[in-house]
Design a protein around this ligand. Structure first.
Ligand code: FMN
Length: 346
C-alpha cells in the first residue's frame, strides 16, 4: 500500500484538549498569551455532536484559531456523521481521541480502549477522511492495560510494550493521518482514575523518539509532563511537535514564551497586567449577555504561578459567585491589589 505522507505542517506546540478546562473562555484567554500554538477543544462525543445542541457545542470565536476539534467515538458510522456535521464549522483540524482512560469514555468503547482495535481505528479514520478534507489527527497513548475492559477473547490484555505500539501504528498509518499525538504513558483501564492515569504510569519519551525514527515520514507529536520552553526545545530535537496540557493551566504565563519558537526574533513582552486588562472586556461582554462569567475566570488561576501574589490571585478568583459582585470586578480588584512588580514585570 502506498504510504500517506502528510503535507500538513505540524504546529510545533499545541495546547492539549482538557475536558472542563479548554472551553471557549479558556481558549480566548490562552490566545491573549500566545498566538501561534494549535489549541484544542474539550473532547466532544460523536453522539453529542449528532444529537446535541450543535451550535452550543461547536461554535467558537475566530480568535481561537488555529483550533482543533477533538472527537470521541466508537464506530466509523457515527464518526462519519459527526465529522460531516463538524465540517460546517471552521475548525483547522479534526482529532480522534484514542487515549482517554476514563470509565465513561473507555468503558463505552471510546478513547484509550480503541488502541486494542487498530483495524477499527483505521476504519474510523477512513470514515473521517471521507467526511472532510481537513487535516485529521489522532491522540493516543503508548499502550494500554485493558485487564478489566477487554473481552476474554483477547489473549493478551496488557498491550504496553514498544512492539504493541509499533503494531498499532503499523496498522493505523494505512489511513490518512496527518499527525500522531502520543501521550508517552500507557493508560490503565481497570478503574484507575483519569487523574491517576496522568501520574502513575511512567513517562516513556524514548519510545516515542524511537517510533519517530522508525516512521520518519509520519508527523509525531509528544505529550506528557512537559512544562517549560527548555523541555519543549529538547523534545523538538526528536519529534515534530510537542503538546502541553496541565502546564498551560497551572502556569499559563509561561505560554508567552512559545511564540518565539516560531520566530526567534519575536519577543512577546505582554505583562500579566496586559493579560488581565485584555480579558476584562471579554468578561464584561459575557456579563452583558447574561452569561456566567464566574465560570469563565476559574481556569485562569495559573497566571501568577510561583510569583508573589499567587495565593491572593487564587483567593480573589475563588470568590463565590454572587449577585453583589461581578467576575469583571474581581479582575479589577486583582489589578489594584496584586504586587505591581509581578503585574508589570516579565
Ligand atoms: C483536566 C484534564 C482533562 C483532560 N481531558 C482530556 C480530553 O478531553 N481529551 C484528551 O485527549 N485528553 C485529555 N486530557 C489529557 C491531556 O490532554 C494530556 O494528554 C495529559 O494531561 C498529559 O499532558 P500534560 O502532562 O502536559 O498535562 C485531560 C487532562 C486534564 C488534566
Amino acid at each position: 500500500m502506498k504510504k500517506y505522507i502528510s503535507n500538513v505542517i505540524s504546529p510545533k506546540v499545541s495546547i492539549a484538549p482538557m475536558v472542563d478546562v479548554t472551553d471557549r473562555h479558556f481558549r480566548y484567554f490562552l490566545r491573549i498569551l500566545t498566538k501561534r500554538p494549535l489549541l484544542y477543544t474539550e473532547m466532544i462525543s460523536c453522539q453529542g455532536i449528532i444529537n446535541g445542541n450543535k451550535n452550543k457545542l461547536l461554535d467558537f470565536n475566530k480568535v481561537e484559531k488555529p483550533l482543533s476539534l477533538q472527537i470521541a467515538g466508537s464506530t466509523p458510522e457515527e464518526i462519519y456523521e459527526a465529522v460531516k456535521i463538524a465540517d460546517n464549522w471552521d475548525y483547522d483540524e479534526l482529532n480522534l481521541n484514542a487515549g482517554c482512560p476514563s470509565d465513561r469514555v473507555s468503558g463505552n468503547f471510546m478513547g484509550a480502549t480503541l488502541m486494542a482495535y487498530p483495524k477499527l481505528v483505521k476504519e474510523m479514520v477512513d470514515a473521517m477522511r471521507s467526511a472532510t478534507k481537513k487535516p485529521i489527527t489522532i491522540k493516543h497513548r503508548i499502550g494500554i492495560d485493558g485487564k478489566n475492559i477487554l473481552p476474554p477473547s483477547f489473549h493478551r490484555t496488557l498491550l504496553d510494550s514498544y512492539q504493541d505500539m509499533y503494531d498499532f501504528i503499523s496498522i493505523v498509518e494505512n489511513s490518512e493521518i496527518d499527525r500522531f499525538i502520543i501521550h508517552a504513558r500507557i493508560a490503565i483501564l481497570d478503574g484507575l482514575s483519569p487523574k491517576k492515569n496522568r501520574e502513575i504510569p511512567p513517562l516513556r519519551y524514548e519510545d516515542v523518539y524511537r517510533l519517530k525514527k522508525e516512521f520518519p515520514y509520519l508527523n509525531m507529536e509528544i505529550n506528557g509532563g512537559i512544562k517549560t520552553l527548555e523541555e519543549i526545545n529538547h523534545h523538538l530535537k526528536f519529534v515534530n511537535s510537542v503538546m502541553i496540557g496541565r502546564a498551560a493551566y497551572n502556569n499559563s504565563f509561561m505560554l508567552r514564551e512559545i511564540d518565539s519558537l516560531y520566530n526567534k526574533d519575536y519577543i512577546n513582552n505582554i505583562s500579566r497586567k496586559d493579560v488581565i486588562e485584555e480579558f476584562i472586556p471579554y468578561i464584561e461582554n459575557l456579563e452583558s449577555l447574561g452569561e456566567n462569567s464566574f465560570y469563565a475566570i476559574k481556569h485562569i488561576i495559573g497566571l501568577f504561578e510561583g510569583k508573589p501574589g499567587s495565593k491572593r490571585w487564587k483567593q480573589i478568583l475563588g470568590t463565590p459567585a454572587s449577585k453583589n459582585i461581578k467576575a469583571s470586578a474581581l479582575l479589577k480588584i486583582a489589578l489594584r491589589e496584586l504586587p505591581k512588580e509581578v503585574l508589570y514585570n516579565l
